[in-house]
Design a protein around this ligand. Sequence first.
Ligand code: ATP
Ligand code: MG
Length: 357
Amino acid sequence: MIVETLSLESWRNVAEVEVAFDEGLTLFTGPNAQGKTNLLEAVFLLATGRSHRTARPDELIAFGRQRAYLRARIRRPSGEYQLGARIEGGRVVRQREGKLFRRGQDPLGDFAAVLFAPEDLLAFKGAPADRRRLLDLDVGQDSLAYRQSHQRYGHVLRQRNALLRSYERPPQELLATWNSAWAGAALALTHERERLIERLQPHFAARSAEISGGPPATLTYEPSLKAADPQQALAALAERREEELRRRTSLLGPHRDDLRAEIGDRDLRLYGSQGEQRTVLVAFKLATVSLLAEGAAGPPVLLLDDVLSELDQDRRRNLLLAATGTQTIVTTTESSLAGMQPGRTYAVRRGEYVGTW
Ligand code: ATP
Ligand code: MG
């Protein structure tokens, strides 16, 4: 699947533009703060319904405007279609060929994007939330069931936390209701994550060996909730009851999950060198591309935001080589990057994109 064109209106620092992408590599270059990331963010939002930088859609609307519009022409093996998004009043509404759909309800899930930004590079060193984001934002695009159970769990968790926050001792019945909703939603998401990581693992191992030239790295899911059924989940929850009431928040469940990456039995969260961290992240993103590529739509769009200049020659070459056959959109502040032959190049200045090819 290929994104052929993208038009933006009142999006971040962009008034109104249309850009066309190459089927292979498109490069956006320019100094800082001109609109390079803004463009990748727009492609990512069309794919996922969210921004990778903010949870508040209104920040995406150009200062002083009421709403923003995005429109893309997508080409799949089965034909072309239009994908659009309107951002207004704190909401993102997407549409496909004029038909509206909401996040988690994408009927086909056939436009996917994997975004790789410098802040991802240390995800295996950072907090568990950084690693969950990798799963939720990128890999989760693979499955509608995943997106739905993720949304459902988020909803239940917010309600349950609100309840714990509002009372020193929440009413028994009310808490019991939210506990059982929690058990169902938590088990469902845990199960979806298990499946997803299991499928990602072989791609990850292969990619990491390819990039490092050494032994493959492994990826292991560390679920917060270890339970086979709702009864066991509720029993595990009961054990945390007093602590939850004291701290007035939910302490068990997928919002506390983690992911472990190891090279030769060494946990990278603790022992990874800078280079190993980078290798693992590049492997993770490429594994995500391979996993998504198994879907009906074929390879996703790979969005590389300023990461190539962060990588050494070898990793950069491996990344681009592995991305052959995947439509790739790259941003950089350097005027050209050694070893790259983009099909199209745009110079980015103050929200305008001037193409040369
Ligand atoms: P860098 O190389 O530093 O990453 P960039 O080209 O990727 O730079 P962007 O993140 O795309 O820069 O942002 C470009 C500009 O857009 C910034 O100066 C920012 O202040 C501006 N901007 C962000 N949101 C809005 C908005 N809602 N309305 C107007 N301008 C905005
Ligand atoms: Mg940027």
